[in-house]
Design a protein around this ligand. Structure first.
Ligand code: BG6
Length: 469
């Protein structure tokens, strides 16, 4: 529908920016921090920045928060590294780690920036992984204990909590992200998935028991799946992939049930998890206050190739090549692509808002959306990134259209508040409003520079979304 008049952004809309601990902090083994699966898995890739130093946010946190405040952020979404709080995941508590996040949260609050905390963003403690990781049911109890520590430490300062970042991507493309060992069988992945669902449900229940005013929700990556044509078989494939990629995760979090199409898929591939008595009651008892979601693009699919015919492969996080008997991934001819080959679909953002709202009727919080691009620092310290401004503007316009559609949107947290290390494509794939002077392996001086997008977003926030020019 085209509207003659658009609804304005609500007065307390959260204009935010996102990061995650392992991609921004560095200090990977400072002050008692234990190693995570990311630290263990990625230290050895030549030519691509590792996660040891990142952009050294751990040591420059106060200055970075001051820059976020100057940009005008009214919220900041970051993750807590489980391995700073409990270095081995389920043992001793590390006071230095607890203190760091107190300092960060206090600095945000001092600048009137609302903290939005992700409890777990890809960086499972390596010690838990060595004991079976999420496949091991004991990790559910470890996460619940970790959640209890976070709520009791920070619960009087933090209102918005996110349980698990992109659980669906960890299950579907975990190898590319580095959270899953190559060749992990699907049965193991979906057992891990069930345990993560339980852990998330327990954390949501605990949050509501312990913190009366807090709000908590899941943070999957949700992008609507389109059929490549109006051929009914393509429409069916899109419906299947929507269930397997998107609704499976949100249905479990928001309705406490396993999506029936996704469940049939698990039966077909021999990956039905074992579920103990009472597990489904726990999922049913947990209710999120909102749904947070990360959106980068939509996905387009066609009916699957005939059985036995090989699927052309892709390992990239956003590019789902296809799956035998389920679907074949297609390029969408209507969508331009980023430097890194990701399709850009702002209208798909609105489509995704509408689908989520129709299905769940819960407030929506965008916890990631952004453009990974090569930026260059000019001699005068400027970074001209009109391509990023265009991308963000196009998406913010669609938020306003979604608001006009009647969708309740709490806020927008683009990826990323500051440059950081991509999941598997280093520092060259930059997302931030703030440029950090480092190369893949050359750390240079790690100085911060405000990009053109910094000043643009500052104006957007200042006008509460009224001026996107
Ligand atoms: C999301 C993740 O998948 O996308 C982030 O939550 C990630 O951690 C972001 O960095 C962008 O992906 P990438 O692969 O370009 O870093």
């Amino acid at each position: 529908m085209r509207y003659k008049k658009l609804s304005p952004f609500p007065p307390h809309f959260l204009w935010s920016g996102s990061t995650s601990a392992y991609q921004v902090e560095g200090a990977w083994n400072d002050d008692g921090k234990g190693p995570s699966v990311i630290d263990v898995g990625n230290h050895t890739k030549p030519g691509i920045a590792d996660f040891t130093v990142c952009v050294d946010h751990y040591h420059r946190m106060e200055d970075d928060v001051a820059l976020f405040a100057e940009m005008g952020l009214t919220a900041y979404r970051f993750s807590i590294a489980w391995t700073r709080i409990i270095p081995d995941g389920d043992g001793e508590i590390n006071q230095a780690g607890i203190d760091f996040y107190h300092r960060l949260i206090d600095a945000l609050i001092a600048h009137h920036i609302e903290p939005i905390v992700t409890m777990y963003h890809f960086d499972l403690p390596a010690a838990l992984d060595a004991k079976g990781g999420w496949e091991n049911r004991a990790t559910v109890a470890a996460f619940e204990r970790y959640a209890r520590i976070l709520f009791s430490e920070y619960g009087n300062k933090v209102k918005y909590w996110l349980t698990i970042n992109e659980q669906n991507m960890m299950i579907l493309v975990g190898e590319a992200i580095g959270t899953v060992k190559p060749g992990s069988p699907k049965s193991a992945l979906y057992q891990a998935n069930h345990h993560m669902m339980l852990a998330q449900a327990k954390a949501m229940i605990l949050c509501h028991e312990m913190l009366l005013n807090a709000k908590i929700g899941p943070a999957p990556n949700i992008g609507l799946v389109y059929p490549a044509t109006s051929k009914p078989e393509d429409v069916l494939a899109a419906d299947d992939v929507n269930s397997i990629r998107n609704w499976f995760y949100v249905d479990a979090a928001a309705r406490g049930i396993y999506n029936s199409v996704a469940w049939r898929y698990l039966e077909e591939i021999g990956a039905v998890p074992s579920i103990e008595d009472g597990d489904m009651d726990i999922l049913a008892a947990a209710r999120p206050d909102f749904i947070a979601f990360n959106y980068y693009t939509s996905l387009t699919v066609a009916e699957p190739l005939p059985e036995g015919q090989p699927i052309p492969g892709s390992s990239d996080q956003q590019l789902f090549a296809g799956e035998e008997n389920v679907f074949l991934g297609k390029n969408n001819p209507y969508l331009p692509r980023t430097d890194f080959g990701w399709e850009m679909d702002p209208v798909g953002f609105r489509n995704t808002f509408r689908a989520l709202w129709d299905r769940y009727h819960l407030p929506l919080l965008v916890t990631e959306n952004g453009l990974g691009a090569y930026d260059s620092l000019e001699a005068d310290g400027a970074v001209h990134d009109p391509y990023r401004i265009n991308y963000l503007r196009d998406h913010i316009e669609q938020i306003q259209l979604a608001l006009t559609d009647g969708v309740e949107v709490l806020g927008y947290s683009p990826w990323s508040a500051i440059d950081l290390i991509s999941t598997h494509q280093g520092i060259s794939k930059r997302y931030g409003f703030i440029f950090v002077n480092r190369g893949e392996e050359d750390l240079r001086d790690l100085a911060r520079y405000k990009k053109d997008s910094f000043f643009w977003y500052q104006k957007v926030i200042h006008t509460n979304g009224a001026d996107l020019s």
